[in-house]
Design a protein around this ligand. Sequence first.
Ligand code: C5P
Length: 404
Amino acid sequence: MRILVGITGGIAAYKSPQLVRLLRKAGHEVQCVATRHALQFVTPLTLETVSGRRLYADLFADGNDHTTEHISLKDWGEIMVVAPATANIIGKLAGGIADDALSALLLAFTGKPLYLAPAMNTQMWENPAVQRNLARLEADGVHIIPPASGSLACGTEGIGRMPEPEEIMEHLELKVENPTTQTNSQFPTTHSELPKVLVTAGPTYEKIDAVRFIGNYSSGKMGFALAEALAKKGFAVELVAGPTACRTTHPAIHRTDVESAREMYAAATALFPSCQAAILAAAVADYRPAQTADHKLKKQGDSGMTLELVQNPDILATLGQMKQKGQRLIGFALETDHEADNALAKLERKRLDYIILNSLRDEGSGFGVDTNRVTIFGSDGSRHTSPLLSKAEVAELIVARCLA
Ligand code: C5P
């Protein structure tokens, strides 16, 4: 079946790519249509990758036949589902307003099954205006997939959650005549179907003896912020973390804890082939002690002590060698002098698509602190310097610029 999936701007949009994957897995063709606000929550790259079709989001984009694309899509689609459907799109459809690609398509899509999966905060859901609009749409023959109760993104509990993609599938199947979908048991229920990004974060500890190590001041905050930002945009994340106090919250993040550079190397090289992209934010020790002692080394009289160090493998450079067509590789550079030149040399040497430079000269940037100012260099010659932002904001910027 040919299915149109509309996506609007709610936090539940992070579940939309999984719905698309499930529909494709069940043998359907899917065309995604997103609002501008939806793309704050999920990237065009994600939707195009999971659907295998160009995203339709802008009535006036280059390459669109401006006046008729929504008309040809309404003929193409056999059923349509909007998940999540915000109060805004519900109001627009009930009121007959068509001021962007999705609302124009919704108005044109008549005489065929149309489903809305509303998702919003409880007060908005219970607002008489929203309920009035829903009642009117139901009277017009639109199927409303009821929201579930539970914890909401705004921190409260109540009705308003978008049902899980598997449940939405069941709703579609129940009401569609001649369903060609398969049984629910065949649908994956994990995040394994989402496009995956590998992230490394935190420091590495290089063991000297039973109680001592060589480490660095990396807190892991930047890498963990990247993992959260990616998950919110609809990616599954393989997070490989050195020793850090940071915690993850998003269910689409799978975390592997490691201690040394060599352990991080083993985890990252094993995971990279199944990922679409890798962002290496870890502060990996360049050297480790040549020997490590199982016991605590004792002080030797009054004399000093020499530690012999050997080089660790360069994870980023190795992934650069492993990189296949279509995979993106993003590294960080923390430089104290000739920053831009060093970063650009690294971009080329390690075969990166982007390198994120943070300079230690900038107050508020670097280890431990919650803020950062970065310059993003692309292998295409692009260069973008951010203002001083929170690490969460920097993470969103990096995801938007490097993975869009
Ligand atoms: O060459 P340099 O250490 O400055 O490169 C920094 C970048 O390389 C970071 O993205 C860091 O995560 C990565 N790196 C790595 N493995 C190493 C050293 C650095 O992945 N052994």
